[in-house]
Write a protein that binds this ligand. Structure first.
Ligand SMILES: NC(=O)c1ccc[n+]([C@@H]2O[C@H](COP(=O)([O-])OP(=O)(O)OC[C@H]3O[C@@H](n4cnc5c(N)ncnc54)[C@H](OP(=O)(O)O)[C@@H]3O)[C@@H](O)[C@H]2O)c1
Length: 379
């Protein structure tokens, strides 16, 4: 039976559950609903406490849905108003107990990375759920990041029951992550059937709570001011999607039973890298001097694309993701300046420390930046 407890006590219980380790089963609790109204849609999210899942929950709660978050309680709490079930998706007992809380109109899976784990979740949730929305990635395409992509582009093959070792990282080509996500997609469609599956393939996702740290790094760098190494061409088109726009797309995908596969990216050729850095300067109130260094010169320095200078990648396919199918079904993308402003506001209000391992790999060392700028501009 569910119990109503305070968020503080829930956090303590979560820590206790996490510290037990092993097959701890499920700790169930419910946060007091803010609205106290009847709910039309019952949604379960496998995840919901960090970034995209959190945004999906916020959107669902805003819409008055009955929304449940299932997570281990390791990385924080979902938004207030969500039901909370604590457990590990790799634990069969936890999944069996979770299934007892059904039925759901839809499961949204933001935490699936290994095909056989997704298959196992489907095994328990298929009898109690109508639709499965899986958050995949454009990395499933064989041509990413070199070629323009549409939903009909070739996809990497990975069996639906593959373990975490399947696939390989190829220099500037397919990644193990991409193979694995592709196998996860097959796990979902083979279990729920394509007619009950919604596969969303986002490109780069930015916005408040972004723990990977790409936009937060640029904001922090631009806020420091001075001579900023700006990569490539300021007119290079980019198309990151705001996490809240992606979340808002999940809701009609459920309420309108929009099954199928959709690329999720902002419209092509709408905004540029120059727009991004200008927006960072505007919101931080900084007056940096952007030194735009052409791709070729930067590549010669050996700087790592994508990580040392986040969002900079020279292959033409990176920002040529066709998302017209999703736009036709209602995907609406706010301007990049709004994403930048709201991410900065979140950074200011939360005093965010980006301690995720991926965030540690983001950004160029300030001494190296200075050295490179000196080398490239003093000659
Ligand atoms: N960021 C991007 O640019 C980008 C681009 C393309 C695709 N994507 C995809 O978008 C998704 C990102 O999701 P997010 O991290 O933002 O979602 P999220 O739902 O906000 O956070 C991940 C959730 O998964 C839970 N979780 C992790 N391992 C678990 C386990 N073994 N059992 C139960 N719960 C578990 C975490 O909680 P606990 O740790 O407390 O368990 C957390 O609630 C990923 O699927 C990613 O591949 C992201």
């Amino acid at each position: 039976m569910s119990t109503t407890i305070s968020p503080l006590r829930m956090a303590r219980l979560a820590r206790a559950a996490a510290s037990r380790g092993g097959p701890a089963g499920v700790l169930r609790c419910a946060v007091t609903g803010k609205r106290g109204r009847m709910f039309d849609v019952r949604m379960l999210i496998l995840g919901g406490t960090r970034f995209l899942g959190y945004a999906v929950l916020e959107a669902a709660l805003w819409a008055g849905w009955d929304a449940t978050s299932f997570s281990r309680g390791v990385s924080g709490l979902p938004p207030s108003g969500a039901r909370v079930v604590l457990g590990d998706r790799l634990d069969r007992r936890a999944l069996a107990q979770l299934a007892d809380d059904g039925p759901w109109d839809a499961v949204v899976d933001t935490s699936g990375f290994v095909p056989r784990d997704v298959l196992m979740a489907c095994e328990y949730l298929r009898p109690v759920s109508t639709q499965y929305v899986f958050i995949s990635s454009v990395s499933v395409y064989r041509g990413w990041p070199k070629e323009p992509l549409s939903e009909s582009s070739e996809v990497l093959y990975c069996p639906p029951d593959a373990g975490p070792d399947y696939g390989e990282d190829v220099e500037d080509g397919p990644t193990k992550y991409g193979y694995q996500k592709s196998g996860c997609e097959l796990a979902v469609t083979s279990s729920f059937g394509v007619e009950n599956s919604t596969i969303l393939r986002p490109g780069v996702v930015l916005g408040p709570r972004e723990y990977v740290g790409r936009l937060p790094w640029w904001l922090g760098r631009v806020a420091r001011g001075g001579r900023v190494l700006a990569p490539g061409d300021p007119s290079r088109s980019i198309q990151p999607i705001d996490v809240r726009d992606l979340a808002d797309f999940v809701l009609p995908a459920i309420s309108q039973s929009a099954t199928g596969t959709y690329n999720i990216a902002a419209p092509q050729k709408r905004e540029t890298f120059g727009d991004l850095l200008r927006a960072c300067a505007d919101v931080t109130g900084s007056a940096p001097e952007f030194i735009w260094v052409p791709d070729g010169k930067l590549l010669d320095t050996g700087i790592r694309q994508w990580s040392e200078l986040p969002l900079w990648r020279t292959y033409p396919g990176v920002w040529q993701v066709d998302s017209t199918a999703a736009q036709t079904r209602g995907l609406s993308c706010r301007g990049l300046a709004d994403t930048v402003a709201d991410t900065w506001a979140w950074m200011q209000s939360s005093g965010t420390e980006l301690n995720d391992q991926r965030a540690q790999e983001i950004g160029i060392n300030p001494d190296l930046e200075k050295r490179i700028l000196g080398l490239l501009t003093d000659t």
